[in-house]
Design a protein around this ligand. Sequence first.
Ligand code: NAP
Length: 316
Amino acid sequence: MHKVMILGTGPSGLTAAIYLARANMKPVVIEGPEPGGQLTTTTDVENFPGFPEGILGPELMDNMRKQAERFGAQFKQGWVDKVDLSQRPFRVHVDSLGELEAESLVISTGASAKLLGIPGEKENMGQGVSTCATCDGFFYRDKKIIVVGGGDSAMEEANFLTKFASNVHIVHRREELRASKIMQDRAKENPKISWGLNRVPMEVVTKDGGGVKGLKVKNKETGAEELLEADGIFVAIGHHPNTGFLEGQLKTNELGYIEVIPGTARTSVEGVFACGDVQDHVYRQAITAAGTGCMAAMDCEKYLEGASVGDWSQSL
Ligand code: NAP
């Protein structure tokens, strides 16, 4: 039986692993099919403090992993397909390892950006296609950008991207936007934003020598196919937290993100902690994920040592 298992190896899980390993809690970290999480799909990370010249996303994650290993965190590869939080110790079923037992759990399985699923999208991810304006907007100074989506995320990303881009064209598959009125108004008032409504994305088109040329869309009004030229395409059609394996055993909010007691990493089940994007749909940054990973580790350490962490049932 393990004292603590950490599920997920993004910045939050690895930070929790560093802290718990240094506290001699011998964490076992389950590393899924996308080790390192979303940061491994970006190139330069320029806003993680401590790297004045920036650092490549995969390198940053590799460094965090090495740091956790240095203090004795143990990594196991596999996909967590089921957990049982109704009994102690908790049961965690990993496809490649079978059933494991743990006294406590840190859940850091992250969130995944929803993708369009069109040709050229995955192939050009990080090379002209992005799902994160905060991460990659800076690389599109004075360039033309397309933002896909009609929700608040798309409006927010489009507005943010006008700080860099010469023009941001919002492509949405319907006439009506899903975004709240205030966010729509803000985008409509922005002179750098133009609109491609009733356009269904079909393909990310690349140039002969490489690099994104634009987005092929279907015009729903005329039925014609159009090529909308752009240097970068930001897909902003939402995220989904990776919580399927929990099967509703932890309390989540209306968007499906795990709820934690404010100011802590404690979930609705005693001994289970959550950190990173799986419990945060607002900030979604590597640095905030790392911060909540540290909180989860410290809360978990206290729990394992039998110290009072306050009234567990409070607030949730
Ligand atoms: P969302 O509200 O679900 O909107 C997703 C948008 O993407 C919709 O317009 C949808 O089109 C479009 N879309 C989905 N799948 C698509 C596909 N395959 N092809 C083309 N378009 C597709 O997601 P969100 O914008 O990420 O917002 C999620 C939640 O976070 C919301 O509650 C939102 O209010 C909140 N949020 C708030 C703020 C803020 O207040 N500052 C910022 C960001 C997010 P349809 O409309 O046709 O379905």
